[in-house]
Design a protein around this ligand. Sequence first.
Ligand SMILES: [Zn+2]
Length: 147
Amino acid sequence: MMTDQIIYGPRDQWLAIRRGLGGACPACGEGRMFHGLLKVNDHCPSCGEALHHHRADDFPAYLNIVLVGHIVVPLVLAVEMAFAPAYWVHAVIWLPLLLILAFSLMHPIKGAVVAWQWAMRMHGFDPNGSIDDPHPLPVTPTTKCAN
Ligand SMILES: [Zn+2]
């Protein structure tokens, strides 16, 4: 059985990712993507674009670990090789840096991941592929039932 599908045009991935890095809606760039610490708004408060379809899951956390690790570990090794400071000096320097980097990158990374999913029409962002959408849009009846 054939179903009618609408072919949608491509979305600008880099524009969406830039907007997501700034925590803005990937569609309009005006509304905020997040509320609370890392909760993504169900819909953009500015343009109403549905954002609840994202499935970022743990991917932003993995990216955060990889990025922060690739920044801090070479610095730790370079300082150790050059100065060989005491362990408490390492702890005083690197633990705050780790926390600052990890927390400051959480929003940009998650925003970019959600925006990229939106741009690629992944998961529920594809209007033709939302059969398994756990958050379907409410259905409004268009005809009255005859009893
Ligand atoms: Zn928007």
